[in-house]
Design a binder for this molecule. Structure first.
Ligand code: PMP
Length: 287
């Protein structure tokens, strides 16, 4: 079955779907995006993703291309035309197409692109055995809380992780504290059993998986602490893990080549992955 992409009002064969060379998303990364997991045909935590999208658009002063009800119809039509039951939906909204010039163009409609793909996610082996991360300086701009498509520092760090044989890079601020991963939020479980993740200020993207998991912690009888944590704390942690829409909750068992805990996924992360899978499955079942 051939893939279909939505571009500015039209459903096009994926191979022919494109934006103009002077689209500001292409020229300047002047665009916001979202990635939403799809399970059992349901868009997981869709309303939270839309809320974050509107926040990003508001911070960038990009107009929404249509109302939420219409956006949701486009999402469903893209899933339907691509026959996606388990996978991910990607959407990008740029400031639109205009002659290349830094100031915002006037009277230009935003560009909307929506695509979908079948499930990729982590491998069963990565879930069972955990993954490694390396630490790198966080060289991003100071507003990573905005989900913009200017991802160059993120992908450079991810490539370095890949070349080092690691799954992800955890980015470190000037104080030696972890901000987040290149495409995931970072968590540790301390020796005291506290679940720690950085507070969602302007230094990280407030992950929707992060938010969903926070909502489940109390029910699991776990104490959440939102604060910065250092690389030394990661090395001394009992457990570590990352969260994202692509990976849900994934155990992290080594940092810069050093084992975390006993080097195997611990009981807390295994429980939390299960709890999050329950949160996802409930939405798929409600479809
Ligand atoms: N931080 C960054 C920098 C990301 O790119 C992502 C993935 N979009 C996340 C965190 C995790 O966010 P979410 O749980 O919404 O996928």
């Amino acid at each position: 079955m051939s893939r279909i992409a939505y571009v500015n009002g039209r459903y096009l064969p994926h191979k022919r779907a494109s934006v103009h060379v002077e689209d500001r998303g292409f020229q300047f990364a002047d665009a916001a995006y979202e990635v939403i997991a799809v399970r059992g045909s349901a868009l997981i935590d869709e309303d939270l993703h839309l809320k974050r999208l509107h926040r990003s658009l508001g911070e960038l002063r990009i107009a929404a291309p249509m109302g939420d009800a219409s956006l949701k119809s486009v999402f469903r039509e893209v899933l339907r035309r691509n026959a996606i039951v388990d996978g991910a939906l990607y959407l990008q909204i740029s400031r639109g197409q205009a002659p290349r010039d830094f100031p915002f163009p006037q009277g230009v409609a935003p560009t909307l692109v929506v695509t979908a793909q079948r499930k990729r996610g982590p491998l069963a082996k990565q879930v069972e055995e955990g993954v490694g991360v390396i630490t790198l300086p966080d060289i991003r701009w100071r507003r990573p809380d905005i989900k913009s498509v200017s991802l160059l520092p993120n992908l450079l760090a991810k490539q370095q992780a890949k070349e080092a044989g690691a799954f992800e890079a955890w980015l470190v601020d000037r104080d030696g504290n972890v901000t987040e991963g290149t495409s995931s939020n970072a968590w540790i479980v301390t020796a005291a059993g506290e679940v720690v993740t950085r507070q969602a200020d302007t230094s990280i993207l407030n992950g929707i998986t992060r938010l969903g998991l926070i909502g489940l912690l109390a029910r699991e009888g776990l104490k959440l602490v939102e604060r910065p944590f250092s690389v030394a704390e990661v090395k001394a942690a009992r457990e570590a893990f990352l969260t994202s829409s692509n990976n849900f909750v994934l155990p992290v068992v080594s940092v810069d080549g050093a084992a975390i805990g006993n080097g195997y996924p611990g009981s807390v992360v295994r429980r939390l992955r299960q709890a999050y899978e329950g949160h996802v499955a409930a939405q798929g079942a409600a479809q």
